[in-house]
Design a protein around this ligand. Structure first.
Ligand SMILES: NC(=O)C1=CN([C@@H]2O[C@H](COP(=O)(O)OP(=O)(O)OC[C@H]3O[C@@H](n4cnc5c(N)ncnc54)[C@H](OP(=O)(O)O)[C@@H]3O)[C@@H](O)[C@H]2O)C=CC1
Ligand SMILES: O=C(O)[C@@H]1CCC=N1
Length: 272
């Protein structure tokens, strides 16, 4: 399978890094981007084929991955429409808020589109991706999309396209929430007198250990939390303060905000 990335920025770089780490040959990967700096950074990730001609890329590959910013997707899609109609690649889009319907309209000619929402941990093959297929996608194309995204982590199909807005809120944006918690814990450790290095290492290793336990355990996160929380102990004091401070409600509101923003993006982009 030959894969071409249109847009070679952060996400393309994360997915390419994961694909190559999973054993895909770099010479089966193409990336096209007008930004020479982005391409130079990509070359540091893996020796993929690079260029700045989206049409030439489409002529080379079986699958294209549209990895440009949502706001320029319409211009890019209208520009590549004729090439997509001639070569009929599977089109995978990772742009937040760009619906498969809008993209199909811009590309014309009933394209097979998989819309997905990955996240940046794809770079370390620990990504989480939600995928949705339009009605033109056949079984073997579904398997191609699954294989690409499973090479960089967990890939889960959703039945309804609007569920991707919830996927965006949970896992697309999700790494940023955990990074924020890490920043806050490290800062608290430093405020209590730990050196920056010690506070950082303790925080990061704790995040990694907790995630690994949660992924590998046969009990849920709530039970794992209870097992850390000794009666009348230190964890109980901290957890009670987080609960009383409204952490759960705050998370519910913040993720709903992200989901609504994904919906708004779709409306804004359709209107452009
Ligand atoms: N970052 C994240 O965590 C996630 C992002 N996404 C989605 O991934 C997409 C890409 O995001 P991200 O990688 O962060 O963005 P970046 O800005 O890092 O990458 C986009 C790249 O596309 C280039 N580009 C601009 N115009 C064209 C063109 N006509 N043809 C080809 N390439 C072009 C840009 O160049 P230039 O810089 O010169 O404009 C840039 O290098 C977005 O749609 C986003 O919604 C999805 C999941 C998670
Ligand atoms: O913040 C954003 O809009 C993109 C989509 C998910 C992660 N980054």
């Amino acid at each position: 399978m030959k894969i071409g990335f249109i847009g070679g920025g952060n996400m393309a770089s994360s997915i390419i890094g994961g694909l190559v780490a999973s054993g895909m040959a770099a010479n089966n990967i193409w990336a096209s981007d007008p930004n020479a700096d982005s391409l130079a950074k990509l070359k540091n990730v893996a020796p993929v084929n690079t260029g700045n001609d989206n049409h030439a890329l489409i002529a080379q590959v079986d699958v294209i991955i549209l990895a440009v910013k949502p706001q320029i997707m319409k211009v890019v899609a209208l520009d590549i429409a004729a090439s997509v109609q001639v070569h009929q690649p599977l089109v995978i889009t990772i742009a937040a808020g760009v619906t498969s319907g809008s993209l199909a309209t811009w590309l014309g000619g009933a394209p097979a589109i998989v819309r997905c929402m990955p996240n940046t941990p794809a770079l370390v093959r620990s990504g989480a991706t939600g995928l949705f297929a339009n009605s033109q996608v056949n079984d073997s194309q579904r398997q191609q999309a699954t294989a690409i995204l499973e090479a960089v982590g967990v890939a889960l199909w959703v039945e309804q396209e609007n569920q991707l807005d919830a996927v965006t809120a949970v896992s697309g944006s999700g790494p940023a929430y955990f990074f924020l918690v890490m920043e806050a814990m490290q800062a608290a450790g430093q405020n209590m007198g730990l050196s920056e290095d010690v506070a950082k290492q303790l925080t990061l290793q704790t995040a990694l250990g907790a995630a690994q336990m949660a992924v590998n355990s046969d009990v849920d996160a709530a039970e794992l939390r209870r097992r850390v929380t000794s009666p009348k102990g230190t964890t109980e004091r901290a957890i009670n303060m987080l609960e009383e401070g409204g952490l759960r409600q705050l998370f519910a509101q913040a993720l709903e905000g992200a989901r609504i923003r994904a919906e708004e993006l779709a409306i804004e982009l359709e209107g452009e």
